[in-house]
Design a protein around this ligand. Structure first.
Ligand SMILES: [Zn+2]
Length: 457
């Protein structure tokens, strides 16, 4: 079978055929770096990581691009609220994002462009749009004129009335049409800004992705991904900008969108207090269990994130790692994914089916008696796991982490540093509490002349 992907642009599953034989360009909208990533932000990261792994397995030379939006109004507001500089905020949250996504076994993209490194390209694209009659200046802003594009709204399937009624369209007096959107906006002196022919200002969010995708993958490329909440207005506007700047040349060929994520049945929102950051969740469960739980629903379906689901995922991994542990003394056969796992993923990334195949393989492992059979299964468990981003640590490591309350080496080092600080401040009660807490997690500290060392009990 060949890879089938549901293409939002045509509202059907299609066979994936890249523009250039053997090569694939994929662009996924990345984070706006102003806070810790929540579990909804992690869904596309894990999904497109599986797609990237699958494409590479199928022999494609993949260029996977995921941007960092480091200039946006939410960043300005958060920096002011936290009392930190924009640079400090974006650096800190970008680092946290990288660490959290790595903990979910998501491999880094090949290229990670930052919006602030592409301001010149944005200014050039905006100038082009003005020249071609698709954009206009008004009160320090530059706006895209949606009436200049006959099929504006095609990707999201919205007509003009829907758009205007949509709460996400900002009505402003300087707009010729309420659906016109901002390409450039003026910055006051205390805001980040760049000099441009339209005055000192900063780009709108949508133009960032049009320019970064072109700079890294070219005008027309294969796959554009993101959450389905981005279809309108973000992706619709990316299409408008890119197609109009290049006289109608096609933009992304396959639009792939993941479904919504709810938490314990509710939409995640700050007001409901059910916002779950990846960081918080990692304190209670291994990243691999979070990843498996994420893959338990097909990516286009809604996913309800529950504590029960995470516990189930952890139990599933216990079973899989037990199967591997039982094969410890067996020579490993070729590390190749099982045919059933590949077939499931080629069918529009049917990850629940791929997991079912993986569990079946573990069941076979527990029944196998012949060495050759065991070797084949072991290789297929590891190969299938690799394709899904699972089972890449040793069973010993998996079970040891599970026993020690999933505390990582980094967390242990952090706790030791905090204990040293507490002692310096003569807060011995706190220092003892830290030691006791580590002991509960089966980490033993030894104070010696050269400082504190630790070992797992
Ligand atoms: Zn984007």
């Amino acid at each position: 079978m060949t890879l089938q992907l549901y293409n939002t642009a045509h509202r059907k599953k299609e066979e994936f055929v890249p523009l250039k034989e053997g090569e694939v360009g994929m662009y996924v909208c990345g984070p706006t770096v102003y806070d810790f990533a929540h579990i909804g932000n992690a869904r596309p990261v894990v999904i497109f990581d599986v797609l990237a792994r699958l494409l590479r397995h199928e022999g494609y030379k993949l260029t996977y691009v995921r941007n960092i939006t480091d200039v946006e109004d939410k960043i300005i507001a958060a920096a002011e609220q936290n009392g930190e500089t924009i640079d400090d905020l974006t650096r800190r949250t970008t680092e946290a994002y990288h660490a959290d996504m790595a903990a979910l076994n998501a491999l880094p993209p090949d290229i990670e462009p930052r919006a602030t490194e592409h301001i010149d390209g944005m200014i050039r694209m905006i100038e082009k749009l003005i020249k071609k009659g698709h954009a206009y200046e008004a009160e320090g802003h530059v706006l895209f004129d949606v009436t200049s594009m006959a099929d504006y709204g095609k990707l999201s399937g919205r007509n003009r009335d829907d758009m205007i009624a949509g709460a996400r369209v900002e009505v402003a007096p300087y707009k010729k049409d309420p659906a016109d959107f901002v390409l450039w906006k003026p910055s006051t002196d205390d805001m980040p800004g760049w000099d441009s022919p339209f005055g000192r200002g900063r780009p709108g969010w949508h133009i960032e992705c049009s320019v970064m995708s072109e700079a890294t993958l070219g005008i027309t490329f294969d796959i554009h991904g993101g959450g389905r909440d981005l279809i309108f207005p973000h992706h619709e506007n990316e299409v408008a900008q890119s197609c109009c700047a290049h006289d109608g040349a096609p933009f992304a060929r396959y639009w792939v969108h993941n479904g919504f994520l709810t938490v314990e049945g509710d939409k995640m929102s700050k007001s409901l207090g059910n916002f779950r950051t990846v960081r918080e969740l990692l304190a209670d469960a291994p990243g691999e269990a979070l990843r498996l739980n994420m893959l338990s629903a097909q990516y286009r379906q809604p996913l309800d994130w529950t504590a029960e689901g995470v516990a189930r995922a952890k139990a599933s991994l216990d079973r899989l790692y037990t199967a591997l542990q039982n094969l410890e003394n067996v020579e490993t056969g070729p590390i190749e994914p099982a045919a059933g796992v590949i077939a499931a993923l080629e069918d529009d990334l049917n990850t629940p089916q791929a997991l079912t195949e993986l569990y079946a393989l573990a069941g076979e492992a527990n029944k196998a008696t012949e060495e050759a059979e065991k070797a084949r299964i072991k290789g297929q468990l590891l190969g299938s796991g690799r394709l899904l981003g699972l089972l890449q640590q040793s069973p010993e490591d998996w079970f040891r982490k599970a026993d020690s309350g999933d505390i990582s080496e980094q967390e242990i080092e952090q706790a030791i540093t905090a204990r040293i600080e507490a002692k310096k401040e003569k807060d011995f009660a706190k220092a003892d509490a830290i030691r006791d807490d580590l002991a509960k997690k089966k980490v033993v500290l030894e104070d010696g002349p050269n400082g504190t060392t630790w070992k797992r009990a």
